[in-house]
Each structure stands twice: as structure tokens, then as C-alpha cells.
Design a binder for this molecule. Structure first.
Ligand code: ADP
Length: 396
């Protein structure tokens, strides 16, 4: 079975074609600047690059070019579009209705549109990819996989906010959590590596990348997570503030006459380690600047690691028995120094990193010492494969 995975942003589109017999990626690509001058598709196949530079006014045209690239006689990987058995789409917000991945039908579309009030940029963009596939491949089933779905197992005590209950009842304001596809993949893979039944697996999944979130997984299910109603809550991220006294928001809005929309932009795009350091949202740049003596870059790194520590320790208490702490995402998989810094202080709980074992990037490794009370691991996440698997299971 061949499955196409599509992840649509407002002006970009990432895709991967999977051969599910082997779970191999046959080809992957990226379209950028959709609807903007300079639209460009780059498809990668074992180091070979195939580029299409043509105007792409909208997502339907972009998807059309993706199909052209997939069946291109020289650079394509399939003979015809009939070989695509299903398309899996990443959707950011599924609200409370979408508790798992789903075959697209009118009800699912309605749930996606309802949840768009909390993901006004993402859900409509994701929907454009779906519409394009429905139009261009009318006989191929589409599946929606939601970033929020894995977290729908959270109990009230972790998803409700400390505000008037009416906001939950009337508006659905609560913690939803994101990166669910990644935390789900990590949970499955960790259970396999730990050789445990997934329903008995308790882990802390730390997805640390440009966007970062940590999930407490109890008995294979999400029990608590750092992101909230939107991806803004929790850890300090590349450009997002993370947790904040809500009074900071109203103070700045009143003092500087900032509108809610502008405030949203400040908190999502101009805050986090970028805002603190004034240097970059990229952790490699920050580590370099800090080494050269830039104080603000060092503060940004310290604030990041402190908050990661705080959540890991708190979540361990929440899930009671922790089998493993797992690092994933660009930073979690690659930053030897930050992993070491985050785990410093956990020795008092009998959790120890083995410096030599920690001296690795990517892939799958145990980085804790033999006698560590809890295993600490690095697992490279694979959200696209998770989407492809869910899609296969639903269309089979
Ligand atoms: P996204 O959330 O966009 O998927 P990624 O998971 O790819 O992001 O993570 C990107 C982050 O990972 C960047 O801040 C980058 O600096 C960081 N990163 C990648 N490689 C390293 C490394 N070797 N050391 C430190 N940070 C790294």
C-alpha cells in the first residue's frame, strides 16, 4: 500500500510518499511560497533534488505540482496517481470531538471547522490541502490525523484551567495539548524498546525543537502535557513565550496600546529564546553566542533548561512510576550539552546520565548510567510515519 502524507501550512506544504509494505519513504518534498511570488517545489529522492519553479496561486495548484513531481517520468517514483491508495493529512486542532485519527467525512470536517477558532491559522491551511486532494484525487480516501487527539485521554485535573468553569462549558476553553502525533510515536517506540506492554508504559516524552512540549504518559496514554488551548503554553520555545503570568499580557496591551491580535503575534513570534536573547530562535546560534560570552543568550538557554527540568520532575510525580524519560525533536535528539544540563539535579532521585552514552546525536540510544533508577533515552521522532500508519489502519 502506498500512502501520501501531507502537512499543509498557510504558504507551505510538506509531503512524503510511503511504501507501507516496508514503511520506507519513497520520496519527500517541500513546496514553499504558495500564493506568493517565487513558488517553488523541491523533491528529494536519495540525495537527488528535483525542483519545480512555477507560479502556484493556491494549495490546489501546489498539490497539482506535487502530483506532477511524483509521476515525473525522470524524477518521479510512481508510474501513475492510481498507485496512491490513501492520503494522510496532518491537522493541528481537533477540539474535543476528535479523540483519534479519522477517515474524512462531513462530521469530521465540521469538527475541524469548529476547532478552527482555536487554530485560526493552522486548521484552515490544513483544510486547503484536504480540499486540493479531494478535487484532484476524487476516488482516493483521505484521513485526518490530529496533533491534539493523543491528549484527549487527559483527566479533568490536568486539562481544566483555574478560571470560571463556564468558559469550559460554553467555549471549550481547556488544555488540548499538541505534538500528539510525536508523543504517540515516542510512546509506542519507547514501549517497544523497553519491552513493555504499552498499557503499562509510563514515560516522560520531551519533544524539544523549535516548538517544544513535554507529555506525561501514564499507562500508554497522555496524562498531562505542557501546551494548552494553543501551542503557546508551557516551555519557553524558539519564538513562543510559554507560561506567563496572564497579567503580563493585559499590562502590555494597556500600556502600549497593543491589540489582542498584535499581542498574539508578539507572544508567538517575538518571544521565547529569540525575545530573551535578541540573538536567534535557533538553539545552535544561542549555544555559540553564549560560549562567546553573550549573557542574554545564556539566560535564554538557562530559562529553557530550568523550565524543562521543572516539568519533567513535576510530571514524574504525577505519573508516579516512570519507566523512562525520552528526549526527541531537533534539540532533544541533538544537543548533548542541553540534555546534560536538563538532567543535572536529578541525581538526588537516583537518575544519572552516562556522559559517554550521552555523547550521541539522533537515532535511538539509552543515555542513562547502568545503575540509573529511571532510563533516559533519545529517540528520533517520526510524525509522518505515525500519520501514514494511522491512515493505513483506517483505510485497510
Ligand atoms: P521544528 O519544531 O521546527 O520541527 P526541530 O525539531 O527541527 O524543529 O528543532 C529545531 C531546533 O533544534 C533548532 O533550534 C535547532 O537549533 C535545534 N538543533 C538542531 N541540531 C542541533 C544541535 N546539534 N545542537 C543544538 N540544537 C540543535
Amino acid at each position: 500500500m502506498k500512502i501520501l502524507v501531507i502537512n499543509c501550512g498557510s504558504s507551505s506544504l510538506k509531503y512524503q510518499l510511503f511504501n507501507m509494505d516496508t514503511e520506507e519513504v519513497m520520496v519527500k518534498g517541500l513546496v514553499e511560497r504558495i500564493g506568493i511570488e517565487g513558488s517553488r517545489l523541491v523533491q528529494k529522492n536519495n540525495g537527488d533534488e528535483f525542483v519545480i519553479e512555477e507560479a502556484m496561486q493556491d494549495h490546489t495548484q501546489a498539490v497539482g505540482h506535487v502530483f506532477d513531481a511524483l509521476i515525473d517520468s525522470e524524477n518521479g517514483v510512481i508510474g501513475s496517481l492510481d498507485e496512491i491508495d490513501a492520503v494522510g493529512h496532518r491537522f493541528v486542532h481537533g477540539g474535543e470531538k476528535m479523540t483519534k485519527s479519522a477517515l474524512i467525512n462531513d462530521e469530521v470536517k465540521e469538527a475541524i471547522n469548529d476547532a478552527a477558532k482555536f487554530a485560526p491559522l493552522h486548521n484552515p491551511a490544513n483544510m486547503m490541502g484536504l480540499k486540493a486532494c479531494e478535487e484532484l484525487l476524487p476516488n482516493v480516501p483521505n484521513v485526518a490525523v490530529f496533533d491534539t487527539a493523543f491528549h484527549q485521554t487527559m483527566p479533568e485535573k490536568t486539562y481544566l484551567y483555574g478560571i470560571d468553569y463556564k468558559y469550559y462549558e460554553q467555549e471549550g476553553i481547556r488544555k488540548y495539548g499538541f505534538h500528539g502525533t510525536s508523543h504517540n510515536y515516542i510512546t509506542n517506540r519507547a514501549a517497544e524498546l523497553l519491552n513493555k506492554d504499552i498499557n503499562e508504559t509510563n514515560i516522560i516524552s520531551a519533544h524539544l525543537g523549535n516548538g517544544s512540549s513535554i507529555t506525561a504518559v501514564k499507562e500508554g496514554k497522555s496524562f498531562d502535557t505542557t501546551m494548552g488551548l494553543t501551542p503557546l503554553e508551557g516551555l519557553v520555545m524558539g519564538t513562543r513565550s510559554g507560561d506567563l503570568d496572564p497579567a503580563v499580557v493585559t499590562y502590555i496591551e494597556e500600556k502600549d496600546g497593543v491589540s489582542p491580535g498584535e499581542m498574539n503575534n508578539i507572544l508567538n513570534k517575538k518571544s521565547g529564546v529569540l525575545g530573551i536573547s535578541g540573538v536567534s530562535s535557533d538553539f545552535r546560534d544561542l549555544e555559540e553566542a553564549a560560549k562567546e560570552g553573550n549573557d542574554r543568550a545564556q539566560y535564554a538557554l538557562d530559562i529553557f533548561t530550568t523550565r524543562v527540568k521543572r516539568y519533567i520532575a513535576g510530571y514524574m510525580a504525577e505519573i508516579e512510576n516512570t519507566d523512562a524519560i525520552v528526549f526527541t525533536g531537533g534539540i532533544g535528539e541533538n544537543s548533548i550539552e542541553l540534555r546534560k544540563e536538563i538532567m543535572t539535579g536529578f541525581e538526588q532521585f537516583g537518575i544519572k546520565i552516562d556522559d559517554e552514552a550521552n555523547n550521541v546525536r539522533g537515532d535511538e540510544h539509552v543515555i542513562s548510567a547502568e545503575d540509573s533508577k529511571v532510563k533516559v533515552m533519545v529517540i528520533a521522532t517520526d510524525e509522518e510515519l505515525m500519520i501514514a500508519r494511522d491512515t493505513q489502519n483506517l483505510v485497510k
